[in-house]
Design a protein around this ligand. Structure first.
Ligand code: ATR
Length: 278
């Protein structure tokens, strides 16, 4: 038994996703959603370990606390200062990993040709953008324009990751979009703008060159205003569902001992739920 811990947790797709793999691989297991407020996080995780859980996925707002609680962490978690996956080892150690980076990296690998030396505009400067920078660097992006509504946060994030990444990070404000969009091979939205209940992202795809790819970390709705506009212009649009599916693979493999696959059937299964949630 594994868990997914967050606050709120009602909208998490993890139980559905892991449930699909458990059925497909005929594993007698479960992934249980647990709504835990900030102050109850460490106590709950230690209780789950004692109860025999194999580990948990960690979502907002617990990723930093999960990193602090882990006895051992991987390099991605260390750079992010956050863990989204905890594994409870038989000897009592808690291992913390960060697989958010893997989600974007694998989704881009699946959907576009090499990013080597290419120019990317990454929008946002929160936790998702931090993971995004690492993923883009792992794909050998040449230059990353890191634009954020609050430009100070973009500058801070660029400074914090400067020594950890090879890509040339150029921080700026959303207003710089008009100057940089014309050179972009790839746009990544890692802000929460465009998410259901949030205002749309205020950037115009008209400035993008032919052949640019646009991807959005938001997956509710699956087709954000940004992606719809990109498709309308004939640009390649990659939605956020792939990121979600790929980031889950490692956790499943560590907890249940089998490597699951991201298939078109799985995508369709989750997509159907996004469109008509139970
Ligand atoms: P996460 O950890 O998921 O990245 P976060 O740390 O709350 O979440 O970051 C949210 C990001 O979305 C921030 O970069 C935020 O910009 P600010 O730093 O200026 O707050 C960005 N964001 C949220 N709403 C936005 C909007 N309507 N337009 C542009 N950016 C927005």
């Amino acid at each position: 038994i594994a868990g997914v811990v967050g606050w709120p947790i009602r909208h998490s797709l993890s139980p559905l996703l892991h449930g699909y793999w458990l059925d497909e691989l005929k594993i007698d297991g479960a992934l249980v959603p647990l709504a835990i407020p900030r102050e109850g996080f460490a106590r709950t995780v230690l209780a789950l370990r004692r109860a025999g859980f194999t580990g948990v996925n960690v979502t907002m707002p617990h990723k930093e606390a999960a990193f602090a609680l882990a006895d051992v962490t991987d390099a991605a978690a260390e750079v992010a200062g956050a863990a989204n996956l905890l594994i409870f080892h038989a000897d009592g150690r808690i291992e913390g990993r960060n697989t958010d980076t893997v989600g974007l990296r694998e989704s881009l690998r699946e959907n576009m040709e090499s990013l080597k030396g290419k120019t990317v505009v990454l929008l946002g400067a929160g936790g998702a953008a931090r993971g995004g920078l690492l993923a883009l660097d792992a794909l050998n992006a040449g230059r990353i324009h890191l634009l954020n509504r609050s430009p100070g946060k973009a500058a801070q994030l660029a400074m914090a990751l400067k020594s950890a990444v090879k890509s040339d990070i150029q921080p700026g404000a959303l207003e710089d979009w008009a100057n940089v969009a014309g050179h972009a091979d790839l746009i990544v939205n890692s802000t929460s703008a465009g998410m259901k209940g949030q205002p749309p992202l205020e950037v115009s795809v008209a400035a993008l060159p032919e052949g640019a790819t646009v991807t959005d970390a938001v997956y509710v709705p699956l087709e954000t205003g940004l992606l719809a506009a990109a498709r309308g212009r004939g640009l390649r649009a990659v939605d956020g569902l792939g990121m979600l599916l790929y980031q889950a693979v490692r956790g499943f493999a560590m907890w249940f001992g089998h490597q699951p696959e991201v298939t078109p059937q799985l995508r369709k299964y989750i997509e159907d739920d996004l469109v008509t949630p139970a």
